[in-house]
Design a protein around this ligand. Structure first.
Ligand code: CUA
Length: 153
C-alpha cells in the first residue's frame, strides 16, 4: 500500500472515531438521548392501549396538564389543544405508523416519536399565543402538511 494511502486511511478512521466519541460523550453526559423512558407499546394496538385509547387533554394539577397524543400520517390526534397560560404540560406521544417528529416552534420541546415507543416531554407555556406544532421528521408524501397549533390563552 502506498504511504499516502495509509496516512489518509488512518486520518479518516481517526476522524470517525473522534466524531463517534464526541457524539456519544454528549448523549450520555448531557442526556441528549431521545426523550422518554423507553416505555414500549404495540404500534398495531395503539387504539386499544391506555392511555392512547383516549387521546386528549387532562388536568392533573393546579397548573398542570397531561396531553396524550397519537401521531400518524399526517396528523396529530387531538389537533385542537387549548391550555391556559402558565401551565405545565406533560406530553405523552406515540406513533401508529412511521417515525414522526414533535417540535413546538420557539420552545425547547422537540422529540422523535418512534412507533413501538412512548415519547414523553414536558413544556411550560408562560406566554399566551398560538404555538406551531410540527412534525420535523420526514414521514412521507404529506409530511409538509403535518402541523397544527397549540393555543395558549
Ligand atoms: Cu410526520 Cu413528517
Amino acid at each position: 500500500m502506498h504511504r499516502s494511502e495509509k496516512i489518509w486511511l488512518i486520518l479518516s478512521f481517526g476522524m470517525i472515531l473522534i466524531f463517534m466519541g464526541a457524539t456519544g460523550y454528549q448523549a450520555f453526559t448531557y442526556g441528549m438521548a431521545p426523550p422518554g423512558g423507553m416505555e414500549r407499546i404495540d404500534p398495531q394496538k395503539v387504539d386499544e392501549t391506555p392511555p392512547f385509547d383516549q387521546p386528549g387533554i387532562r388536568q392533573i394539577g393546579e397548573n398542570e396538564y397531561e396531553v396524550v397524543m397519537v401521531l400518524q400520517v399526517f396528523s396529530f390526534v387531538p389537533h385542537d389543544i387549548e391550555i391556559p397560560a402558565g401551565s405545565t404540560v406533560h406530553f405523552k406521544l406515540t406513533s401508529k405508523d412511521v417515525i414522526h417528529g414533535f417540535q413546538i416552534v420557539e420552545t425547547n420541546a422537540n422529540g422523535m416519536v418512534v412507533p413501538g415507543y412512548v415519547t414523553t416531554l414536558t413544556q411550560t407555556f408562560h406566554e399566551p399565543g398560538e404555538y406551531l406544532l410540527m412534525c420535523n421528521e420526514y414521514c412521507g408524501a404529506g409530511h409538509q402538511h403535518m402541523y397544527t397549533t397549540i393555543t395558549v390563552k
